[in-house]
Ligand binder design. Structure first.
Ligand SMILES: [Zn+2]
Ligand SMILES: [Zn+2]
Length: 320
């Protein structure tokens, strides 16, 4: 058995390596239902799994599969006029990162609860923050120093295991909480400062930075390609610390063995970056647990919060 597996591994061409891709494109789509049908057929034919959200404002894609199949998918998808020149982020997969394929039409490709506020043209989101490459982020810090604020555009539980050093982490259970928090005035004191928004792959900050600009923040930036692109450049040698939460079965990515462990076990406070699914099959909550606590069934059970745990909705959130 082992021999067979080894022989298989040796002869398996690299193109069959499991990978995960993330990309998005904000562009007006007149017929999201037709795009959905086309995307579903395409993914199905290539045995890809993952999640695709489509709205009249664009598309948001997270898929896992063999590298060669994903490349075929990207080539086909990019033939659609609105999808030319896609910026695809690639990462290592396991081959079982997604349980199924879901291709859906929604009001929004990221759920801020503000579909009517978002304005999109062929160039993308109208009124978004200024895009910064990883190096430009560092240049901004050199020029402006401590005045620069990092603003985490993700949910608080994602930031619990990794974030930019010194970042402001809004108390959000879901992306929908951002509009309420911004409108509450909680961050009005940042309105005259340079604010650098960031998220996993950049899609949430496309919208978040536009929402902030519209609310009078004077100098809003977004990290182009999000933490994924930043970490490609700097891994753990820059301003990012910890693990990056991802919305698939991997749950987190690390950019090298020297990643800082920022999270703490919810049972015993031991440092850990590993979320686990609640032991109750019907519950979709995640619990941050150390290795010791994770082996005890009682620790992995989030009850009696099952029904109300805010993170219970993480699987239905938009990937980014
Ligand atoms: Zn523990
Ligand atoms: Zn639970």
């Amino acid at each position: 058995m082992d021999e067979a597996r080894c022989a298989g591994a040796d002869s398996a061409p690299a193109v069959r390596e499991p990978k995960v891709i993330l990309f998005y494109r904000f562009t007006p789509l007149e017929d999201p239902a037709a795009i959905r049908l086309w995307q579903h057929t395409l993914c199905d034919a290539l045995s890809l799994r993952g999640r695709i959200l489509i709205s009249r404002h664009g598309i948001n894609v997270t898929l896992g599969g063999a590298m060669s199949d994903l490349k075929r998918y990207v080539r086909s998808t990019a033939t659609y006029p609105g999808f030319h020149g896609l910026d695809v982020k690639w990462s290592e997969g396991t081959g079982r990162d997604f349980a199924r394929l879901r291709v859906r039409v929604r009001d929004e490709v990221v759920s801020f609860g503000a579909p009517d506020e978002l304005e999109v043209d062929r160039d993308g989101v109208v009124g978004g923050g200024v895009r910064l490459s990883a190096r430009q982020v560092h240049e901004l810090l050199e020029q402006r120093g401590d005045d620069v604020v990092f603003f985490d555009g993700r949910n608080a539980f994602e930031a619990a295991i990794g974030r930019f050093r010194g970042a402001i982490v809004p108390d959000t259970d879901t992306t929908r909480d951002f509009v309420r928090l911004l409108d509450s005035g909680a961050y009005d004191h940042l309105k005259s400062r340079p604010v650098v928004t960031y998220c996993t792959g950049g899609v949430r900050c496309e919208v978040l930075s536009a929402l902030m600009n519209a609310r009078g923040f004077e100098e809003v930036y977004q990290i182009d390609g999000g933490v994924l692109r930043y970490a490609q450049e700097f891994a753990n040698d820059g301003l990012w610390e910890g693990s990056l939460f991802v919305f698939d079965e991997r749950l987190a990515m690390r950019f090298g063995d020297d990643a800082t462990v920022l999270g703490h076990c919810e049972r015993c406070a031991t440092p850990t970056s590993r979320y686990r699914n609640c032991a109750e099959a019907a519950c979709r909550a995640l619990i941050l647990l150390c290795e010791d606590c994770a082996v005890r069934h009682s620790s992995r059970d989030c009850g009696p919060r099952h029904a109300t745990a805010p993170r219970a909705r993480w699987r239905s959130l938009s990937p980014s």
